[in-house]
Design a protein around this ligand. Structure first.
Ligand SMILES: C[S@@+](CC[C@H](N)C(=O)[O-])C[C@H]1O[C@@H](n2cnc3c(N)ncnc32)[C@H](O)[C@@H]1O
Length: 262
């Protein structure tokens, strides 16, 4: 409906179209330059975080994966197992299509090639796609506004919880955001890492013809929420880059470590 603003969980299930989202924000070859720069910012930070000498381990859980896989392309070289999750069944279906190489799956090859180039060999992109498909072992539903976020699913404690551009959409106020981050920290082993990309000054974004809103966050609010969830911020890389189809002021990439005694 024209003029309506959609928010959080159930609206996502009913109104969020994964293909509209992918073609708006992840058209690396011929989409808007703003979106391309943001993808490059994300991939560069992920590459630095998970490349040799960086964070690694057994299990990584990605929270609010949506229909996207770009956020896992560096991590799949550093973890034995990746669990992807989202609130909406249609996003998980879109992910499954790519994981199972089904007809009509989204074409991530340009973005995969870019990551392989960062890693030193653009030509190994098909090998990386195969590696990621092997490393994703489970596709689960989650709701970060509920405890536990993964419902009744039994998952091991993670060495890393990743969440990209999802918490500010799932949570409609700062208290809910802070509680959601505590739930994510609960999924981590002591000493495990939380890696997140957050839209700063977020007001709304377009998915096809539909407008979705979320919580307005500033860098200090995000850092404090991460710390109060029991994690020490190791890296905080903010940029004024903005989407052409979203109302926000910038982006913030954070790497944090859960206390060893937690
Ligand atoms: C902007 S998309 C981000 C998708 C992807 N992580 C990315 O980097 O492009 C926001 C995601 O948050 C998910 N979401 C909304 N409410 C949620 C909730 N309560 N719990 C978990 N995820 C939720 C949506 O289904 C959607 O996939």
């Amino acid at each position: 409906m024209e003029g309506k603003i959609y928010k959080g969980g159930e609206d996502y299930e009913q109104e969020f179209n994964p293909r509209d989202y992918l073609t708006t924000y992840y058209n690396f070859d011929s989409g808007p330059v703003e979106e391309k720069e943001i993808i490059k910012f994300s991939l560069q930070n992920l590459y630095q975080t998970f490349s040799a000498g960086g964070i690694r381990g057994d299990v990584l859980i990605d929270i609010g994966s949506g229909p996207t896989i770009y956020q896992l392309l560096s991590a799949c070289e550093a973890f034995r197992e990746i669990i992807v999750t989202d609130y909406t069944p249609q996003n998980l279906q879109e992910l499954q299509k790519w994981l199972k190489k089904e007809p009509g799956a989204y074409d991530w090859s340009s973005i995969v090639q870019h990551v392989c180039e960062l890693e030193g060999d653009r030509s190994r992109w098909q090998e990386k796609e195969a590696k990621l498909r092997r490393t994703v072992t489970r596709v689960l539903r989650c709701d970060v506004t509920k405890s536990p976020a993964l419902g009744s699913a039994q998952v091991p404690l993670a060495d890393c919880v990743l969440t990209f551009l999802a918490m500010e959409c799932a949570c409609l106020d700062v208290d809910t955001y802070r509680a959601a981050l505590r739930r994510l920290a609960d999924l981590l082993k002591p000493g495990g890492h939380l890696v997140t990309l957050v839209t700063l000054g977020f007001q709304n974004y377009m998915v096809g013809p539909k407008k979705f809103s979320g919580v307005y966050l500033e860098k200090e609010t995000v850092e404090k929420a991460v710390q109060d969830a029991g994690c020490q911020v190791l890296k905080c890389n903010c940029t004024p880059l903005r989407y052409s189809k979203a109302f926000c002021t910038g982006l913030c990439f954070i790497v944090a470590r859960k206390s060893s005694s937690a």
